[in-house]
Write a protein that binds this ligand. Sequence first.
Ligand code: SF4
Length: 223
Amino acid sequence: MDSGIYQYLMDHRDAQEDVYEAHIFAQCISHNARCDNESLSAAMGLSQTKFRMLINRYFARVLDDKPIDRCIKEHLNLCTGLDYSCQCENLASDTPSSRVRDEEMNDLKLLLLDHSSSYGEHVDWITSMIAAACLRDNHLWQDLGLACREELNQLLSRYFPILYNKNTGNMKWKKFLYKQLCELGEVSVCLAPSCAVCIEYAACFGPEDATDWSQPTVTAAMH
Ligand code: SF4
């Protein structure tokens, strides 16, 4: 995560909006702000329209100085003193692998939304962020740009408490979500009839820590 971009977003947040939600979105945006292989909106699992709505709701002042033809990723980097040339325009958006990715994301989003405790566009955006992050290679909290697994626990317990409470074995979160899809017959991930006899047990239930992960600087008081 780029803490400069995170701080810039939080300094320009709309104070009328929920500070916890702004904090979560700012972390994910800043984490993806230098992602070269997809647009910032796609990296967060959002259409450009939904991403614009998110920015307009939580960080509208960020757009005050943005030239109309400059992409938001480039703008955020330039505003925090980083010279960054965005290549988003050259990326193909509709490929076979992107269609498979979209199907997988939709399954994950439906699973999350089926267990959400609240509704609204912000829940839809958080759900999309989590689904998109599930498709990457690190721990889920890392791919969301969060500071630690505990932050992910807070996020999931706040918006998806039923799902959160279901993870009684403290399974790694990505593994847990895919295990739910496996049980619904949407994907096949398990090699054994039960975790107790599975050779993947350590991979599914081991610790989700990372010693070299940078912590965000949180200046705003959380609700
Ligand atoms: S330990 Fe094996 S059975 Fe259990 S969730 Fe992991 S892969 Fe599936």
